[in-house]
Design a protein around this ligand. Sequence first.
Ligand SMILES: *Cc1c(COP(=O)(O)O)cnc(C)c1O
Length: 464
Amino acid sequence: MSSAEKLRNLPAVDEVLRSPQLSEEFLSQPRPQLVEWIRNAIARCRGELLNGKDLTSDEALRYVIEETGRQQRQENGRCQQAVINATGILLHTNLGRAPMADSAISRMRESSGYANVEMNLTSGKRSGRGERACRLLQQLAGAEDAVVVNNCAAATMLVLQAVASEREVIVSRGQLVEIGGGYRLPEVFAASGATLKEVGTTNRTYLRDYENAISEQTGAIIRVHRSNFYQGGFVTEPDIADLVALGKERNVPVIDDLGSGCMTDLSQYGLQEPTVPGSVQAGADLTLFSGDKLFGGPQAGIIVGTSEFVEPLRRNPMMRALRVDKVTLAAIAATAEIHLSGRATEELPLLQMMSRSAESIHETAQRVHGEIRVPPGAQLQVVECISEVGGGSVPGSSIPGYGLQLTGTDSELMAKLLRSEAPAVLGRISDDTVILDLRTVAADQIPTLIVRLQAALDSAGVPS
Ligand SMILES: *Cc1c(COP(=O)(O)O)cnc(C)c1O
């Protein structure tokens, strides 16, 4: 058969669309999307035919339908949706960092229609954008003023540009971090127009190193929190209070890029992390942190500090490009209220998870274990798990808890099955076993987790 004859067996797009083999669910997708998948599938089928494959028209149609389904499944995987985080990483960057509080979620919903984002309803007059959120953040941080931008990277850019454009910013060599996702401090400096003035060495930087680096060119001193790695051994660096004292003496502003945005002392959980109020109290002119790390809110960059430095940021031309929407402002305000009312441990999912005792997680793990029917050949065990904060916060943290370990199955296949239906359950694979850490699974997700785990086990087919 010539190539031209073979290609006659290729189905047309319309013919595929009329095929009774397509599911309702498939046909409910937007039309241009369906047509694109089908066209791609036909092109693939054409390639096969030209490569010498022989397919009757029925076989070609079946090939195209199968290939179309494969493309749809790929696309489904891209579709942003709720997942169950059984990785044990509390702030998982790939899973959207901090899960938000119920009150923040309902305030976001309320604000998604018309909302008085720039209007005071009592006076009927125009107000500053997100005034309420900023006032709450001021109170929470103990600072004179606050502004909110898109994320902490934007906050760093804005602040460096405003305070130190075309001037030098002094930073310790031990703090020139890469946060991940291509965010490297030296590049942020370059993009903001500030010049990096590195001082000290990787492991030891003294106050006198900063002092010696101050000149006519100096625009600011910055301290960058080592969010995602830690140093031990022969290390030293001045603390923020020492930098502030030096800055005051030499009239140089001090910026504290905290990143993680810890609001309270976490030592009760065995974690050491500098806090936002601590930085403000130490006298930093500007303190920067993310909204979706330990603050437990939406993605945002929060800048708190003295009026002298914060107020001009509102009028900075970059501000318009970096500002956040009404929905984010609503969630920030709701989250700040929770912190201010002292209800963070009860109401912020992140702190709820962090504060759960290992015993209570152990009980949950045993309950789940008792409910699952394990097919012959596989074993499910309750095991100790070490969770971590993650997401560029509290480097090196380890929080002991419990989870479930599944052995005797094809772990890659099991992980895939656990991801294949909604809500996807994401665990981790270790030594060819699947581990589900239960610290990061909320109590109300446990029944769903049981259903999904059982379904995955039932369809896995355990090797004998
Ligand atoms: C995480 C982090 C950032 C970046 O914050 P985003 O909100 O992700 O943009 C900047 N600086 C430090 C120190 C951080 O930890």
